[in-house]
Write a protein that binds this ligand. Structure first.
Ligand code: FMN
Length: 440
């Protein structure tokens, strides 16, 4: 039993994963026990192959085989994927990352809020939707191209911003950027990245979109916006779903069972992040993110200081979509932060139709939250998204195998989308619409 389980502080999911991790990281076989098992297996193999044995009257070879089978080591899905290419779906990479990412950092990826209902519903609602397959359509030329702000992308799959990627793999955002470049996907860099925007742009080969957590002090906002504009970032993604705080219990549980010494990387005994590269040298020091006083007025002020496109991330209602249009935003990102913001219980795929109806094609809509398969991306497009973004899946790939893992995630999802579009008779994104899906 793990330390935390003994203290009664973990749920069964947490407990089994952490027990597994602890077994892998710390358990060593009892001295001699493994070698004894190997010797027994070798003896049985030798007996089965031996002409002496077949010559021996009455010998039951089946018995020997059965004994060998009993001696075979237990197979585990954990050992199935030894390299990125071996992953069959994104969950294969999740299983690997669960073993490779340090415990508290794994908790940071995994966490939702409260009892994780919103995070679970992101998935559950996607799974409730079915696809209405059409037949006898020529799908020999599948076209996934999408245009956003005048720039054409080969597919509608985007990389959502995620902070502190150096905590999942030593190459952090640089590995993600190289994977995005290799497979040509749109990437948004988090405000709280482990690497500054200039180096990420270089690794990506072109400027990324920049996600902004509005600093409380206006002159910090101005300094940040100036920096990313000078770096060439064409779009500011203003995240507005964490202004009231978030109750991340899973993160706290994983922190408690992580007994590494975190002080070399984190201040305050592991409870606070180091100063992030994007916050270095800002007036008034590193900003706190957003704050409860922020209103639509902030969007106005942002508009006044930059000609970059402004996308607001974290909207989930028709009313806010209307306000966003009134305030002149260039794009809407439907998101509940992957179930890490409020515990509303509402899936983003269910919020999407009312927003798509309100926006009526005026500005592009991006959606994220629980998208794990090509069929999920198809459903997001069918409900009115221009593009679909992923968070955790590419972080699983990153944690498991660095750049190769992120690339594999992108490859898997696009291949799945390609198969889906072909199988259900929708040769281009324009053929996918509300008529393509249903709910029981
Ligand atoms: C570990 C982690 C860190 C994140 N950091 C940020 C961030 O810094 N800024 C932001 O706007 N969203 C952040 N998000 C939210 C993602 O951008 C995205 O909305 C969410 O992950 C999508 O849901 P999914 O993980 O189910 O795909 C983060 C998500 C995760 C899992």
């Amino acid at each position: 039993m793990t330390r935390a389980a003994a203290a009664g502080t973990v749920n069964p999911d947490t407990q089994s994963r952490s027990a597994n991790r602890e077994r892998r990281m710390y358990d060593t076989p009892e001295p001699g026990s493994e070698s004894k098992a190997v010797h027994r297996r070798d003896l049985l193999r030798w007996l089965a192959a031996s002409p002496l044995l077949t010559a021996f009257a009455g010998c039951d070879l089946g018995l020997v085989e059965r004994a060998m089978a009993q001696e075979a080591p237990a197979r585990s899905l954990d050992d199935l994927v030894q390299s990125a290419e071996q992953a069959l779906d994104v969950f294969d990479l999740e299983r690997v990352a669960a073993q490779t990412v340090p415990t508290a950092h794994w908790g940071y990826i995994k966490t939702g809020v409260d009892g994780e209902g919103t995070q679970a519903n992101n998935r559950a609602s996607l799974e409730r939707i079915y696809i209405r397959a059409r037949r006898l359509v020529d799908v020999s030329n599948l076209d996934m191209r999408v245009s956003i702000f005048g720039r054409e992308w080969p597919t509608p799959l985007m990389i959502a911003p995620a902070g502190s990627q150096g905590a999942f793999h030593r190459d952090g955002e640089l590995a993600t950027a190289r994977a995005a470049a290799a497979r040509n996907h749109l990437q948004t860099l988090s405000s709280v990245s482990s690497t500054g925007v200039e180096a990420v742009n270089e690794a990506r080969g072109e400027p990324v979109w920049y996600q902004l957590y509005a600093p409380r002090h206006w002159n910090a906002t101005v300094a940040l916006v100036n920096r990313v504009r000078e770096a060439g970032c064409p779009v500011i993604v203003l995240t507005v779903d964490l202004l009231g705080g978030s109750n991340r219990l899973t993160l706290e549980r994983y922190r408690r069972i992580d007994d590494r010494n975190c002080e070399s990387c984190h201040r305050s005994g592991g409870r606070a992040d180091p100063v992030k590269p994007m916050y270095e040298g800002l007036p008034q020091g590193p900003p706190d993110s957003g704050g409860p006083t922020m209103t639509w007025d902030y969007v106005h002020r942002l508009r006044d200081i930059t000609d970059q496109r402004i996308v607001v991330k974290g909207l989930v209602t028709r009313e806010d979509a209307e306000l966003a249009l009134e305030h002149g935003v260039d794009g809407i990102w439907v998101s509940n932060h992957g179930g890490r913001a409020e515990g509303s219980g509402r899936a983003t795929i269910d919020a999407l139709p009312e927003i798509a109806e309100t926006v009526a094609g005026e500005v592009p809509i991006i959606v994220d939250g629980g998208f794990r398969r090509g069929t999920d991306i198809f459903k997001g497009l069918a409900r009115g998204a221009t593009a679909v973004a992923i968070g955790r899946p590419y972080l699983w790939g990153l944690g498991a195998f660095g750049q190769a893992g992120v690339e594999r995630v992108l490859e898997i999802l696009i291949e799945e989308l390609r198969i889906t579009m072909g199988a259900v008779g929708t040769p281009s994104l324009a053929d996918i619409g509300p008529h393509s899906i249903g709910v029981d």
